[in-house]
Each structure stands twice: as structure tokens, then as C-alpha cells.
Design a protein around this ligand. Structure first.
Ligand code: NAD
Ligand code: MG
Length: 402
């Protein structure tokens, strides 16, 4: 009888634990957020949407709220609050506004797992709150770990909170590590597509315009990460992200250019054996893996066919042309507040490039000068990470005369 009851509850919930996983989707109007909602819509018996947040896209937030009927939503831009409230007046959805509200909602008890899909430094504080609150975090927001990875991962361990990567490379490594808990990693190999300017030299890059840099060959993503992919800063941020997620030394992290983006990354163990995770480039796969972890859930996404795409190629990154990757390697090696400083300068530089205020190569100069200027701190406190971020932003903005 008891067995029957157990079987019945397992059948009722495909996640197997008798409950629906309640998701807090921070950054629901972005590229990751929208794809996560597609995954959730396709698996509505497994997941419920408890929280949605957006910064300024009130119209999409309203549309998503009417469709998924969350418990709580937050609109970051307070000027949009009234409009959102009126549009949802016939529902019982609780509506908050402003930056502080993001943190307050992250501290609430109504959800099981936060999908951290806000872009940039703005995503850090809600993640800290979720971890402090004992909630699992599916992490797309790599900047959180770049800024304060040591503190984030330490707090996650203290609070027994799983941090499950969503970034495709890190999801690949995470998947390769299933069943390998006792085995040491010799190194990890992060694959990089190389972006739209693979093979180009500085004399070409100097004239690259915003529209061109926003065309990524393999992935359709938000504007900031698309520019980071074109400069290879994205791979640098990912090296630092990997260091903290998998507790590695800098010299255990290697980058290889793989333009087809079929191998999403690899782990090499102490016996020389290499495991790779492969598939077509589609962020919905790592998103659904993180949401349903440790389960795999069936889907109908297109499959990789070895007969159709039978050439996979690999090459060294060109660090002399794509100097941002070299700067990130420096930050990774030196550690301390340098990755936080680099991240802040990069955010300012990318937004200036997106507004046509600096050219493509100027972004690197802004980052390099800011990294030289802000005082180095070897073991920063959380407060010192915040201060380093602020100082770097001010300095970088002054350089650009924003
Ligand atoms: P996006 O620009 O498409 O979306 C960003 C989301 O964050 C939006 O919902 C926006 O409203 C919200 N947001 C922006 N600024 C905010 C602020 N100041 N306060 C509160 N909310 C704010 O970005 P994206 O491409 O979805 O990327 C999100 C994160 O995931 C980034 O850290 C990125 O590096 C990472 N990531 C994205 C992809 C991808 O395929 N898009 C892949 C790997 C990792
Ligand atoms: Mg990635």
C-alpha cells in the first residue's frame, strides 16, 4: 500500500519529488528569461512561475504576467509601476518596483529556485539574497561570480545551496562531472565560437559598427553578451566563472576556439581521459537542465546529426587581436578585486559602444586603463567589492566622458 502511494506521487510529478518546482525568474524579459518561460510552458506539471522581474520592458512583463499568473512581479524602473499596476488590476498578482524590491523578493519564501537571468552587476545582490535565504540558484548571470565569486561560493556552501550553471559551457562541464565527485579534474577546456570577427585583425576591428558586432553566428542573445562574445571578453568572464563554480586554479582553465559550437566544453581528468558535452547550440537545453536538475526531461528540440555536420574544428584564440581575453586572463591570475574592476569597466565600455560613443577597439583601452588605475585589494570584503565596482565605473565613465 505504502509503495503504491509512493509510486502514485512519483507519477504525478515528473520531477519525482511529489511537488512542482516553484521558479523565481529574475530577468524574465531578457533572452534567457524568455527561453526559460518557453521551457516552463512546455513542462507546466513540473514548474510553476512564482516570481517574474524586469527592468524596463513593462509591456512584455505585463504579457508574461497575464499568461503565467505569478504570485509576485517586480518592475525595476519605478516610473513604469503605475502602468503595470493598472494593466494587472483585474488580477491578484502582487506588484513591486525598484532595485530594493528585487532584493526583498529574493528574500521571500514563496519560491524554490531562482533563475538568475539579470544581465551584469545588477544581478549580484538578488543572488546573494537567494543564497542567504537557502534557495537553489540556477545561474545565468556570470557577472555575479566574476565580481564576488569567492564570497558567493563560500556562502552557498555555508547555506547548503546548490549553484547550478546555466551558461552553456559551464552546464557542459557540470554535466561531464556527474558521477565524478571523487575524481580530480586535471583541467577544463572551455570552447568559444570566436564570435563574428574570428580571423579578423585590428585594422578591420577598428571600423566595426554596433550593428555588425550584434550579429553573432551561432547564438541569439542579449546585446551585452553579444558584444562580449565579439570581443572575446565573454570567454574571459567565463574563465573566471569556471574558476569559482568548479573550484579550480587559473592554470587548470584553457580556452579553445571551436567555431561550430557543437562541443559545449570539456573536462580532462587525471588519467588523461576527456569528457565532452555536445549538442546543437540552443540555450533552452542548459536552461531546462538547470531547472530540472538532477533530472533530464524529454523535449523535441532539433537533434545534432553527425552526418550533416561532420567537421568540427579547433584553434588557438588570437590574444594579440582580441586583447580583452588577455586582460581577463590577467584578472583571473591576479584575482582580488581585479575581476570586479575589469567587469565594471567592461560594462561601461560595452554600453558606450552600444550607444556609438566609442569604437570597438577603444573598449579594450578603457578596460585596461581602469584596471591599472583602481587600487588592488588582494582579499576584498563584500563591501570592498561593491566599492571597487563603483570606483571602476566612475573612472571608466570619465575616460569616455559619459
Ligand atoms: P538580456 O539583456 O536579454 O536580458 C537581461 C534581463 O535583465 C532583462 O529581463 C532586463 O529587464 C533585466 N535587467 C537588465 N538590467 C537590469 C537592472 N539594472 N536591474 C534589474 N533587471 C535588469 O540578457 P541575456 O542575454 O538574457 O543575459 C542574461 C544573463 O545571462 C547575462 O549575465 C548573460 O551573460 C548570461 N547568459 C546569457 C546567454 C544568452 O544566450 N543570452 C548565454 C549564457 C549566459
Ligand atoms: Mg557561454
Amino acid at each position: 500500500m505504502k509503495e503504491q502511494v509512493l509510486n502514485k506521487s512519483a507519477a504525478a510529478s515528473p520531477l519525482g519529488d511529489g511537488t512542482t518546482r516553484r521558479i523565481a525568474l529574475f530577468g524574465s524579459t531578457g533572452s534567457i528569461g524568455r527561453q526559460a518561460l518557453e521551457v516552463i510552458a512546455g513542462n507546466s506539471s513540473m514548474f510553476s512561475v512564482e516570481v517574474l522581474t524586469a527592468y524596463s520592458n513593462d509591456e512584455l512583463l505585463i504579457e508574461q504576467s497575464l499568461r503565467f499568473n505569478p504570485n509576485i512581479i517586480v518592475i525595476g524602473d519605478e516610473k513604469k509601476y503605475q502602468k503595470v499596476k493598472e494593466a494587472l488590476s483585474s488580477t491578484d498578482i502582487k506588484i513591486f518596483a525598484g532595485e530594493k524590491a528585487l532584493e526583498e523578493v529574493a528574500s521571500m519564501d514563496c519560491y524554490d529556485l531562482m533563475l538568475a537571468a539579470i544581465v551584469g552587476y545588477a544581478g549580484l545582490r538578488p543572488v546573494l539574497r537567494a543564497i542567504g535565504n537557502g534557495k537553489s540558484v540556477a545561474l545565468a548571470n556570470k557577472e555575479t561570480l566574476v565580481v564576488a565569486g569567492d564570497i558567493i561560493m563560500r556562502k552557498a556552501v555555508e547555506n547548503r545551496v546548490p549553484v547550478i550553471p546555466v551558461d552553456s559551457e559551464h552546464s557542459a562541464i557540470f554535466q561531464c562531472l556527474v558521477g565524478e565527485m571523487r575524481n580530480k579534474i586535471e583541467k577544463i577546456i572551455l570552447t568559444a565560437s570566436g564570435g563574428p570577427f574570428l580571423g579578423r585583425k585590428p585594422n578591420y576591428l577598428v571600423n566595426v559598427k554596433r550593428e555588425h558586432a550584434l550579429q553573432h553566428p551561432n547564438w541569439n542573445m542579449g546585446a551585452k553578451i553579444t558584444i562580449d562574445s565579439a570581443t572575446l571578453m565573454n570567454k574571459g568572464l567565463e574563465m573566471i566563472e569556471a574558476r569559482w563554480l568548479f573550484n579550480l586554479n587559473p592554470d587548470q582553465i584553457q580556452v579553445v576556439i571551436h567555431p561550430q559550437s557543437i562541443i559545449h566544453s570539456m573536462v580532462q581528468f587525471e588519467d588523461g581521459s576527456i569528457k565532452a558535452q555536445m549538442g546543437l547550440p540552443d540555450m533552452k537545453l542548459p536552461i531546462q537542465y538547470a531547472l530540472a536538475f538532477p533530472r533530464r526531461i524529454p523535449n523535441t528540440f532539433p537533434r545534432y546529426d553527425f552526418k550533416k555536420y561532420n567537421t568540427l574544428t579547433f584553434e588557438e584564440p588570437d590574444l594579440r587581436t582580441f586583447r580583452n581575453l588577455g586582460l581577463a586572463m590577467d584578472a583571473l591570475n591576479k584575482g582580488g578585486n581585479l575581476p570586479a574592476v575589469m567587469n565594471a569597466a567592461n560594462e561601461i565600455a560595452v554600453y558606450a559602444f552600444l550607444r556609438n560613443r566609442v569604437n570597438f577597439l577603444d573598449m579594450t583601452d578603457v578596460i585596461e586603463k581602469t584596471m591599472q588605475k583602481v587600487s588592488f585589494i588582494q582579499t576584498p570584503t563584500l563591501e570592498e567589492y561593491f566599492e571597487s565596482d563603483g570606483m571602476a565605473r566612475n573612472y571608466a565613465a570619465d575616460l569616455i566622458k559619459l
